[in-house]
Design a protein around this ligand. Sequence first.
Ligand SMILES: NC(=O)c1ccc[n+]([C@@H]2O[C@H](COP(=O)([O-])OP(=O)(O)OC[C@H]3O[C@@H](n4cnc5c(N)ncnc54)[C@H](OP(=O)(O)O)[C@@H]3O)[C@@H](O)[C@H]2O)c1
Length: 308
Amino acid sequence: MEYIQYLNKKMSVLGFGGWTLGNNSNGKIMSEEEGIKLVKRAYEEGVTFFDTAPNYSLGKSETIIGKALKDIREKIIINSKFGHHADGKIDFSESKIRESIKGSLKRLKTDYLDSVILHNPDMTILKGETDHFKVLESLKEEGLIRGYGVSIDTPEELETVLKNQKVDVIELLYNIFFQSTRNLLKEAKEKGIALVIKVPLDSGWLTGKYDIHSQFSDIRSRWTNEDKERRHFLVNEIKNYVGENDIVKYAMNFLWANDAISTVIPGIRTEKQLNSHLEALAFDYDESLNDKFEKLYDQFIANNPLNW
Ligand SMILES: NC(=O)c1ccc[n+]([C@@H]2O[C@H](COP(=O)([O-])OP(=O)(O)OC[C@H]3O[C@@H](n4cnc5c(N)ncnc54)[C@H](OP(=O)(O)O)[C@@H]3O)[C@@H](O)[C@H]2O)c1
């Protein structure tokens, strides 16, 4: 495992996307025991960065991470969020920030968060027209959090944050199919911002395991037949380039090969999936493939972006 410095700790380049913890994946719900075992195993394999949020499995994701890692708290980085709450409600009022963080701390069995992220806030917040960043700065001075940032998706949002805010971390939607922010990544790095890549596998498509016939009963039921047809075609293009059906290691290394990126946080649901990410880390990736994956995006997606 490789690490980069983040605040006062070592951030592993493979992070853990905690949305899966305790969650429903196509009808299968992960138990607390399974989640704790998986998180402990990830730590034993060198993962130090854990991403979660109050609303992930309505508090269960934070609870699982807290139970699994409370004894080695100083060695790990916990990145939680604000805005989507453990009762399923969405409320970005500044006055709720402290209370929300206190709830996270209780579930995570800790007395500080390494960072808290505004969980897809609107443009007025990103532009600094509200007091959110002032509140976060004062919580940082108080020691309740050690850093803060935002989770965002689009070039407009990223440009706005880079122009207006001094954040420690940005969690960004970026993968072979979502590269609209490509030209802004370098600027984030130059500003010393840790870039955390969410949804690195396009919610599973960039593993190569889904096709036009795949059925989804969880949050992924959002894809229309047209969304699935386009992804089916694009995944096949990648399989043809690389000559393999399992494309996890290519999708992950596409991101790790990019200097501006600090860590990548796939949603991990099983030990087998964790193992495959560890194998991807050890894979001797041909970095010239990044050009091919950029051209694929430019040719088939840039002018007609996929729906998330
Ligand atoms: N707004 C936000 O801030 C936001 C939004 C989305 C995600 N996130 C964060 O980013 C993390 C990652 O995003 P995500 O979980 O939505 O999408 P993702 O990482 O692109 O895809 C995760 C899915 O891919 C499959 N998978 C993962 N590793 C695999 C492997 N090695 N082999 C085969 N299949 C594998 C699993 O599907 P199956 O379940 O079908 O096995 C898993 O549920 C989340 O967990 C969360 O921490 C943040």
